[in-house]
Design a binder for this molecule. Structure first.
Ligand code: PLP
Length: 375
């Protein structure tokens, strides 16, 4: 079968670029014609330690040779080890493992209903929580929702950083407040500490969706660590296993106990290979790596702020958004043609999410290309 015929056999849910990647190492990927690209998209903020990083590679390989799957009817060491590592990072939590960010959100929505007996949710305008019906119901982007109405009822949306609107919306029917510490897909919009503190002061369960911001991306293991607030629930996915599929719901010890056997599950959740890779990722996120995230983030943000075509630069660590004058996708296309992969976050924001291991030299290389485009 020719490659073109195979492409047509995929449901056309993505606006895919006609570029086939065959290899990756560190911050670089190679296409099937031998062309190399500096990867500041990181598989959409997923390849946290860089492509084919030796630590998760060795852990996954060793686990592949031992045991791939045995189901959640039995115990496995990698899932329990990962739950312990994440609990230690959080400061006391239990984990439910699944396979994606949207599934982690589904778990959070169900957990909150069971724990509080309430179905109402407050989420943010412009937020993104995933494409499954529950996660989409809590996604504050009408364009993504419209074709799939009616969605799960009971979700109300408030403007990011509008504490008064949040307090008003969080009425007696609401059991869950769902926030991304930095709205990722919605334009790289950081939440203000005062808004987050107001959310934490409300009686509802507070869930931080750290699918994009978690696992070191903003310069701390969880982004909430920089907001001086502790949530009841956290969702993780993307960078957790450096590109192998995994998602997680963490429930703080003080909020634990709502799920009983039979309430929730996933055949592949807690897969030993993904969990083994994720343990290696969690181990690798040490003080030195987090320093690198903050330093490279500052290096990029400072240089980008000086570019005439960068209207504003937002974000934290290595999740950065650059507002541009025209369409962000034009910048993405121009960068790719110059050998640099970057992302959009909405119509007019270019997003950078390189591996956390990116070097100062690689950041400079990206800045030269972006400097030529945003001049
Ligand atoms: N939550 C956030 C904050 C995300 O950025 C995403 C994906 O971009 C999701 C949830 C959904 O994750 P997934 O695509 O793995 O289902």
């Amino acid at each position: 079968m020719s490659l073109a015929a195979g492409f047509d056999r995929l449901l056309q849910t993505y606006a895919r670029t006609d570029l086939t990647f065959v290899r990756g190492e560190g911050c670089r990927v190679w296409d099937d014609a031998g062309g190399d690209y500096l990867d500041f998209a990181g598989g959409i903020a997923v390849v946290s330690l860089g492509h084919c990083h030796p630590a998760p590679l060795a852990a996954a390989q060793a686990q592949l040779e031992r045991l791939w799957h045995v189901s959640n009817l039995y115990r496995t060491d990698p899932a329990e080890e990962l739950a312990s590592l994440l609990s230690a990072r959080f400061g006391g939590a239990q984990a439910f493992f699944c396979n994606s960010g949207a599934e982690a959100i589904e778990a959070a929505l169900k957990y909150a209903r069971k724990a509080t007996g309430k179905s109402g949710v407050v989420a943010l305008e412009g937020s993104f929580h995933g494409r499954t019906l529950g996660a989409l119901s809590a996604t504050g982007q009408p364009g993504k929702r419209a074709a799939f109405e009616p969605l799960v009822p009971g979700v109300r949306f408030v403007r990011p950083n509008d504490a008064a609107a949040l307090q008003l919306a969080a009425d007696a029917d609401v059991g869950l407040i769902l926030l991304e510490p930095i709205l990722g897909e919605g334009g790289v919009v950081p939440l203000e500490p005062g808004f987050v503190a107001a959310a934490a002061a409300l009686p509802q369960l507070l869930c931080f969706d750290e699918v994009q911001t978690g696992v070191g991306r903003t310069g701390s293991f969880f982004a909430f660590e920089q907001l001086d607030v502790r949530p009841d629930l956290v969702t993780l996915a993307k960078g957790l296993a450096n590109g192998l599929p995994i998602g997680a719901l963490l429930v703080a010890d003080h909020a634990a106990g709502a799920f009983a056997p039979g309430d929730h599950g996933s055949t592949f959740g807690g897969n030993p290979v993904s969990c083994a890779a994720a343990c290696a990722v969690a181990d690798a996120i040490d003080a030195d790596l987090l320093d690198n995230v903050r330093l490279r983030g500052a290096q990029l943000a400072e240089a980008l702020s000086g570019l005439p075509g960068a209207l504003s630069v937002r974000g934290r660590g290595l999740l950065l958004g650059i507002d541009v004058e025209g369409a962000a996708v034009d910048v993405v296309d121009a960068a790719r043609e110059s050998g640099l992969l970057v992302l959009t976050a909405g119509e007019s924001t270019v997003r950078l999410a390189p591996p956390l291991t990116v070097t100062a030299g690689e950041a400079d290389e990206a800045l030269v290309i972006l400097g030529r485009i945003l001049c």
